[in-house]
Design a protein around this ligand. Structure first.
Ligand code: PDD
Length: 291
């Protein structure tokens, strides 16, 4: 089935969707994005994704005129247009400051933002999950607003390529003496029976999956300590894992070539993954799924 995308109010064949060379997303990376998981044709945790998107739009003063309802409708129609009303998929949403002659400051008032959506079939990486993956560390030279999900992703691109160069699933950013997050994932460790993860702050993305996993862990009575993992603590970790919309809960069994814990996926990651999958199975859509 040919891919259909949404661009500024229109549903178009992908090859007919065109942007201006003055587009500020292209010139400055001046925009935000979200990636929302689709399970059985239903948007998973779309309320949390929208909340994060609106916060980013406010912080970056993007004048988004589409309502949440219109955005959700566009997500759902896109799933129908692409035959993705069952199975797993994800929807990518990007909103940029629009097209205008290049100036660093904002374009003239009234310049419409660009709203782009695409939907893609997704196969969860379950085989990798069963074996556990390897990760490598990478210096966190990003800016101090990592809480905003901007399309300015060059450090993430470099970090993920570093992982690819080392046959690793992910790069984990290290800022000073602590692990912050992955190139497109959050990071959890288990130390002394406690679940540790970087606290939500301007140095990490407040991951939808991260926040859900923290809630699920508390529900399962695992002690959660939102404190960074120090690099010197890594050898003592009994488990290390990633969370994210396209990774779910992904155990790491090697970091920079050294074995983590017992070198196999751990029981806490497994239980949290099962709890997450159960939550997806009962996913309550905003609206009635891909109507
Ligand atoms: N990335 N940290 C970073 C830097 C991310 O880019 C992402 C998501 C996450 C996990 O957030 P969530 O659980 O809300 O997906 C953490 C998306 C999936 C991407 O860039 O494709």
């Amino acid at each position: 089935m040919a891919s259909v995308v949404f661009l500024n109010g229109e549903f178009l064949p992908r090859e007919e969707a065109k942007l201006s060379v003055d587009e500020r997303g292209f010139l400055f990376g001046d925009g935000i994005y979200e990636v929302t998981r689709v399970v059985g044709g239903r948007l998973f945790e779309s309320g949390r994704h929208l909340k994060r998107m609106w916060r980013g739009a406010r912080e970056l003063r993007l004048n988004v005129t589409m309502s949440s309802e219109a955005l959700i409708d566009a997500h759902l129609r896109l799933l129908r247009e692409n035959g993705l009303t069952d199975g797993e998929a994800y929807v990518y949403l990007q909103i940029t400051r629009g097209a205008a002659p290049r100036t660093h400051h904002f374009p003239p008032a009234g310049t419409p933002v660009t709203v782009y959506l695409s939907a893609t079939r997704f196969l969860p990486p379950d085989e990798k999950r069963a074996a556990g993956v390897s990760a490598v560390t990478y210096p966190d030279y990003r800016w101090s607003r990592c809480d905003l999900k901007t399309v300015n992703l060059l450090p993430a691109v470099m970090a993920k390529q570093h992982a690819a160069d080392h046959d690793a699933f992910e790069s984990i950013f290290v800022r000073g003496a602590v692990l912050t997050e992955g190139s497109h994932t959050n990071v959890f460790g288990v130390l002394d029976g406690e679940l540790r993860t970087y606290p939500n702050s301007n140095f990490v993305l407040p991951g939808v999956t991260r926040d859900l996993v923290v809630e699920l862990a508390k529900g399962l009575d695992f002690p959660v300590n939102e404190t960074p993992i120090y690099t010197h603590e890594v050898p003592q970790l009994t488990e290390l894992f990633l969370t994210g919309t396209t990774s779910d809960v992904m155990p790491i069994v090697r970091l920079d070539g050294a074995v983590v814990g017992d070198g196999v996926p751990g029981p806490i990651a497994r239980q949290l993954h099962e709890a997450l999958v159960a939550r997806m199975a009962e996913a309550a859509p905003l609206g009635a799924g891909a109507r």
